[in-house]
Design a binder for this molecule. Structure first.
Ligand SMILES: Nc1ncnc2c1ncn2[C@@H]1O[C@H](COP(=O)(O)OP(=O)(O)OP(=O)(O)O)[C@@H](O)[C@H]1O
Ligand SMILES: [Mg+2]
Length: 382
């Protein structure tokens, strides 16, 4: 399932019929991420369950969606969107029902042979409703006073995702329908050790963890690449390899570059930049280029918000060149200046309309700079 978010499509891909969750502390960008997914995911129908969250967010969807155009059909986005509105001001019993209602509606469309995406914001509020109801029924409480059946209820909810094959009807070919379920979790204080996050983690296929540090640093989307994971990487990677050879290999390389970059950054905080070897500083700067030029995307920019797959592949091919480039510099400062310039150029490239004249020129300029520098490095080696 393409989402137009580079960090998801490349690093933590999702599939039709799969499940995912996005836990994160307050204000880390869970709702912005869900709105993004409802706007740009490559599905036919989106069901949004606003479960116990602010009414203002629902109003925003109601106001903006009719005016937005669905890329696939050219119709208004509202035509493919179903909203179950159950905001924080409404009774808790209704909140519990809203999740099931959303799922039933989503299944109904799947049965018609459509690709459906169900988004629940937030499943923590749903779990709180369960807790409140179970308390009033005087049931024996489990961990943190949630009912003992919390984990099985969460599992039963996510289990309803999947791909189905429909019966052949006269004159029509066999069709399939799919349902993706994605829920946000809002653990208090961003502590992922609490029961709702843990119960969700054990059943979903992808974990997109939003982190406070990243959102505070304005690194959006604040999905933390160091702790997030997906079980779908291989499936998606093998299909993408037809378009860009060794895709999976380079995604792994990118991930290890991020891990190494993070470790070097921490070391640098202690010993200062001078105490770091040239090779390490280059690795760190490469990871920053990937981070800022590729993983980050501004949800509020017209061009940058949605990055279609061909555009992602072009940009990733550029990243591959940077990853595998054998750079060398005279001083740390030289390295920093070079990579900062590169980073800014790539960032600006992301704000230009795809395949426009300006875009092509900017991309060519970046490639020329890289080529020139790498040739110089090669000459120096010889
Ligand atoms: N991708 C993004 N690009 C730019 N800004 C973002 C992005 N994601 C989040 N933000 C900023 O962070 C703010 C908070 O995001 P959001 O409302 O999604 O948080 P939340 O996790 O849903 O919070 P809560 O737990 O309170 O519901 C947004 O209003 C926006 O300013
Ligand atoms: Mg929210």
């Amino acid at each position: 399932m393409d989402t137009g978010l580079r960090i998801i499509d490349t690093q933590f891909p999702l599939v039709k019929g799969g499940t995912f969750c996005s836990p994160g502390p307050f204000g880390a960008g869970k709702t912005v991420l869900q709105h993004h997914l409802s706007k740009y995911s490559s599905v036919d129908i989106v069901v949004i369950v606003a479960c116990g969250e602010r009414a203002g967010e629902v109003v925003e969807v109601l106001e903006t969606f009719p005016e937005l155009i669905d890329q696939k059909t050219g119709l208004s986005l509202m035509e493919r969107t179903v909203m179950i509105c159950n905001t924080s001001s409404m009774p808790v019993a209704a909140r519990e029902a809203s999740v099931y209602m959303g799922t039933s509606i989503a299944e109904y469309y799947r049965q018609m042979g459509l690709d459906v995406l169900l988004l629940a914001d937030s499943t923590s509020r749903w779990a709180q409703a369960m807790r409140e109801m179970s308390g009033r029924l005087e049931e024996i409480p489990g961990e943190e006073a949630f009912p003992a059946y919390l984990a099985s209820r969460i599992a039963a909810f996510y289990e309803r995702a999947g791909v189905i094959e429909l019966k052949e009807t006269a004159g029509e070919k066999k069709k399939t329908g799919s349902l993706v379920i994605g829920g946000t979790v809002s653990p208090a204080g961003g502590n992922f050790e609490e029961p709702v996050t843990q119960a969700t983690l054990s059943v979903v296929g992808a974990f997109l963890a939003l982190s406070r540090e990243r959102s505070d640093a304005r690194r959006y989307p604040a999905i933390d690449p160091l702790i997030s994971w997906t079980k779908y990487q291989e499936v998606v990677g093998s299909s993408l390899e037809k378009k860009l050879p060794q895709w999976t290999h380079f995604v792994q390389m990118a991930k290890s570059m991020l891990v190494a970059g993070d470790e070097i950054a921490k070391r640098m905080e202690v010993v200062g930049e001078e105490g770091i070897s040239m090779q390490d500083i280059i690795t760190y700067l490469k990871s920053e280029v990937y981070e800022i030029g590729y993983l980050q995307q501004n949800a509020f920019d017209k061009e940058d918000a949605f990055c279609p797959l061909p555009r992602q592949i072009d940009l990733f091919a550029l990243m591959q060149k940077i990853f595998s480039g054998d750079f060398s510099f005279k001083s740390h400062d030289d390295a920093r200046v070079f990579f900062l310039d590169l980073q800014n150029r790539i960032k600006n490239l992301n704000y230009l309309p795809y395949q426009s004249e300006k875009y092509t020129k900017a991309l060519e300029a970046i490639q020329a700079i890289l080529k020139e520098h790498l040739e110089q490095c090669l000459e120096a080696h010889v």
